[in-house]
Write a protein that binds this ligand. Structure first.
Ligand SMILES: Nc1ncnc2c1ncn2[C@@H]1O[C@H](COP(=O)(O)OP(=O)(O)OP(=O)(O)O)[C@@H](O)[C@H]1O
Ligand SMILES: [Mg+2]
Length: 181
């Protein structure tokens, strides 16, 4: 995987698969503290402690009775390669928080990638799920809450061409604004 946004997409897809109805993503870039982090919080089915250990380290923890997932181990490897780490906090029946931290200036840090495209893709793919997206670059914040958008749209599908394009442009514009020096 070449971009952090692809890890983020994978982690959010895990939340969708866990039947979350609300997924919160926070991406923070802080040059001064030299960190890039992302946090995905969901209200999906959650995981036990034992399950968390297994999904973080599927090859050494327990016998695998099914296909080994790679989304989490790959994200962990990408973070650790930069002196960072991942942390999963979860409660069965309540939800999960997935946190990943990367060394911002580390030579091996993957580029963040296209967050506007990533968010657009997941928002329009899973219309029944609500997303709160927050991206902070050196203190400048962009926020998008699909619950607000859906309220305004009053039942019109996010997949509708005009709506889909508007969401994309809105995301692009927001990303551009916080990226300005
Ligand atoms: N947010 C979550 N809530 C509940 N369970 C989760 C969550 N994230 C991951 N899991 C569990 O951890 C497993 C491993 O996740 P991982 O992303 O590593 O692999 P995968 O999704 O199974 O497969 P892949 O990502 O390679 O397509 C998932 O199959 C799921 O059972
Ligand atoms: Mg996955």
């Amino acid at each position: 995987m070449k971009e952090i946004s692809l890890h983020i997409l994978d982690i959010m897809q895990n939340s969708v698969a866990a039947n979350a109805s609300l997924i919160e993503l926070e991406v923070i870039e802080d040059v001064e503290q030299d960190i890039l982090s992302f946090k995905v919080t969901d209200n999906g089915k959650g995981m036990s402690e034992e399950m968390i250990a297994k999904v973080i380290d599927p090859f050494t923890t327990g016998r695998t009775t099914r296909k080994v997932g790679l989304g989490i181990p790959l994200t962990k490897a990408a973070a650790e390669m930069t002196g960072g780490y991942i942390k999963i906090t979860s409660k069965p029946g309540e939800g999960t928080v997935f946190f990943a931290l990367f060394g911002y200036s580390h030579i091996d840090r993957q580029p963040l990638g296209d967050m506007a495209q990533t968010m657009h893709q997941i928002i329009t793919s899973f219309e029944d799920v609500d997303f709160i997206y927050r991206h902070v670059i050196n203190g400048k914040e962009f926020l998008l809450d699909t619950r607000e958008i859906k309220k305004i749209l009053g039942g019109v599908s996010l997949k509708e061409n005009d709506v889909s394009l508007w969401i994309y442009e809105y995301l692009k514009e927001g990303e551009k604004e916080i990226a300005l020096k």
